[in-house]
Design a protein around this ligand. Structure first.
Ligand SMILES: Nc1ncnc2c1ncn2[C@@H]1O[C@H](COP(=O)(O)OP(=O)(O)OP(=O)(O)O)[C@@H](O)[C@H]1O
Ligand SMILES: [Mg+2]
Length: 343
């Protein structure tokens, strides 16, 4: 036994997508090894991050009041450096990273974040235990995850409707040539449903109930087999429990502004792209992804409004992290793409 030799598992390079709503980790040679809600259990006295994801939910409620659940990336932006670092540290630990096996880590970031934030994320990953940290822009990772050939001189368009943001980009020759994002995603849709129920029925429902309603009966266009749904809430005036019954038509009405914002962002990005590339997109279509892309009728509505075919990618929620995961196999040859994301 030589205490100085280490024959444990070698470090597997990791790709991380820290989404507003979902956190995913992809390990090279393994695939997606972690997919959990982006929530942390935070000790508000010591600022310590005690758990991430499902573990965090389990902890809350069994612990004193100063340990609270925090969604650190609510708006799709990395706001608190300290918390980001601690969250990444816990994620790396859960992925099997120790002091002796430090992987290279590729982190997916929104194209809209500032260069200060980019440096902060890289630094946070290094301090959290990565031997090297690189960034990749989410639309680029999405395009790779959707199986598009990003190096061709052909325009491709990706639309990612996430929890906190909708990002749209046109990619050609390994670079982003047009980009538009809006701070509107699935969470805003949930909030719009909450607001509608409060206004119309005087009943307060939880954010979770808003999301449940959206997934159960929500849509961007009328669909076959529509059924109403019942939601539990509390009367705003008395605080008494009260149930309300909602129709798909009402939810559509509640979501109209958010859906319109998504459509406008896509139209804006299309109009920003050079005419030759726009031609490619009209021919090849738009690739739609992100959890919010699953809203019934959204792909159809987008196709109608843009007059461009819209393809929902096969795994809309994992597309970004899988794309970044594929990059781990060509870490060195893809450096220009990472560098572009890091400047
Ligand atoms: N079937 C569905 N219909 C409508 N919305 C859905 C459906 N399934 C999931 N969603 C929504 O998708 C959103 C999460 O999407 P996703 O996991 O892509 O976000 P994220 O990557 O964490 O966020 P972001 O990219 O904005 O940082 C949530 O708001 C969720 O309610
Ligand atoms: Mg996302």
């Amino acid at each position: 036994m030589h205490p100085t030799t280490y024959d444990g598992p070698v470090a597997r390079d990791l790709a991380i997508d820290l989404g507003t709503s979902t956190t995913q980790v992809f390990a090279r040679g393994k695939g997606v090894i972690l997919e959990e809600p982006t929530v942390i259990a935070l000790n508000t006295r010591t600022h310590e991050v005690l758990a991430v994801g499902d573990e965090a939910w389990q902890l809350i409620g069994r612990t004193p009041g100063y340990i609270v659940a925090v969604r650190p990336l609510r708006e799709g932006a990395i706001t608190d450096f300290d918390i980001t670092e601690r969250t990444i540290r816990l994620l790396l630990r859960r992925a099997g990273v120790t002091k002796l096996n430090r992987p290279r880590v590729l982190i997916c970031v929104p194209s809209a974040i500032t260069s200060v934030e980019r440096r902060a994320v890289k630094e946070a990953a290094r301090r959290a235990g990565a031997s090297a940290a690189h960034l990749i822009e989410q639309p680029m990772a999405a395009a790779i995850g959707a199986g598009l050939d990003i190096h061709e001189p052909v325009g491709s368009m990706v639309v990612d409707v996430g929890g906190g943001t909708t990002e749209t980009a046109v990619i050609s020759l390994g670079g982003i040539v047009a980009y538009r994002a809006v701070r509107c995603g699935g969470h805003d849709m949930d909030a719009a449903i909450q607001e509608y129920v409060r206004q119309k029925y005087g009943v307060a429902v939880s954010e979770r109930t808003g999301e449940d309603l959206k997934i159960a009966i929500g849509s961007a266009l009328p669909y076959e087999g529509e059924m109403q749904a019942e939601a539990k809430g509390r009367e705003v005036t008395t605080g008494r429990p009260r149930n309300v019954v909602l129709t798909p038509d009402e939810i559509r009405f509640a979501l109209r502004e958010q859906v319109e914002l998504v459509v406008d962002t896509v139209l804006g990005c299309l109009s920003d792209s050079p005419p030759e590339l726009a031609q490619d997109i009209i021919y090849e279509g738009i690739h739609l992804l992100g959890g919010g892309a699953r809203l019934r009728g959204l792909a159809e509505l987008l196709a109608r409004e843009t007059e461009v075919p819209v393809h929902l990618v096969p795994d809309p929620v994992e597309c970004v992290v899988r794309g970044a995961g594929l990059c781990l196999d060509s870490f060195d040859s893809l450096r220009p793409i990472f560098a572009a994301a890091e400047s």
